[in-house]
Write a protein that binds this ligand. Structure first.
Ligand SMILES: C[S@@+](CC[C@H](N)C(=O)[O-])C[C@H]1O[C@@H](n2cnc3c(N)ncnc32)[C@H](O)[C@@H]1O
Length: 267
């Protein structure tokens, strides 16, 4: 399948600096909270891994984590910068792995970069396919609240001390697509499109993939989703689901405690 957008190839060398404010510790906390439902040293695939920040963190923890990304530039930069981390280039709608995985993640809006429902269904089906029975899937999506309250607005400039960036996002409410233009002061401009999906589309993709939904959460505190929720975390298990479901309430409470204990529980 052709890439929908290669802007990440160009952005790769700036990406880690731009993302320095992002709370990867929260995702790490959720992954570590799920550890008790996984075998020791779980085989973990991070879909759309970007430059491999989460891959590196989870490998340090003892997970057998690999990652892939559609952008060759993002995966290559992650490998070079992060000591040969096992990152490769692949499309999450057609993944070159067999069903050997205990744990799959796909985080930081990566699913929103798929611009049609068929692609979302295909990606979630691939996440399910590569899991072993009893394996866990954790992914997130941003909501229209995120786009309208945190993305859309007049152009604004950010200076991180290394380079300056100008951001501008416009939102097509009918198509539910956000268009973000990012210009680095060196002159390059990159354009990204993200689509917002209603819960019903994601729920159907999970059910059609044969997964059992354990929970969906406002990502900030791992509490119930409300109209103010900007990012939703979904957690699902590939049947048989019984073992995970029985122990899950304790795990959920533990994850909430971990998130509450983080210095900055926001995005
Ligand atoms: C906002 S970044 C998040 C990257 C990473 N998960 C992180 O937390 O830093 C979104 C990523 O999705 C990737 N992506 C978009 N479409 C994809 C696809 N069809 N298959 C795999 N990766 C894709 C992009 O290349 C980009 O690296």
């Amino acid at each position: 399948m052709p890439p929908e957008d290669n802007a990440f190839d160009g952005l790769a060398r700036y990406y880690d600096t731009i993302m320095e404010f992002v709370n990867y510790d929260r995702w790490q906390g959720v992954c570590e909270g799920l550890e008790t439902l996984l075998p020791p040293h779980p085989v973990h695939v991070d879909f759309a891994c970007g430059t491999g920040v989460l891959v590196e963190k989870m490998r340090r923890r003892g997970f057998r984590t690999v990652g892939f990304d559609l952008s060759r530039g993002m995966a290559a930069l992650g490998r070079n910068r992060r000591n040969g981390l096992p990152l490769c280039c692949a499309d999450m709608r057609a993944v070159p792995f067999g069903p050997t995985t205990d744990f799959v993640t796909c985080l930081f809006d990566s699913l929103n970069f798929l611009l049609d429902e068929a692609s979302v269904r295909a990606a979630v089906a691939e996440m399910a396919r590569v899991l072993k029975p009893g394996g866990l899937l954790l992914f997130d999506v941003v909501t229209e609240t995120m786009i309208l309250e945190h993305f859309v607005g007049p152009e604004w400039e950010e200076n991180n001390g290394k380079f300056r960036l100008r951001w501008k996002t416009e939102y097509d409410r009918r198509e539910q697509v956000a268009y973000t233009r990012l210009r680095v002061n060196t002159g390059q401009a990159y354009e990204f499109r993200e689509r917002v999906y209603p819960n019903s589309v994601i729920d159907a993709a999970i059910a059609d993939a044969g997964l059992h939904l354990l929970g969906q959460y406002d990502a900030e505190r791992w509490r119930a989703v409300t109209p103010k929720t900007a990012r939703i975390d979904y957690l699902a298990v590939k049947p048989p689901a019984d073992a995970a479901a029985i122990r899950y309430p304790e795990v959920e409470a533990d994850i909430r405690r971990r998130i509450a204990a983080l210095p900055d529980a926001g995005d």
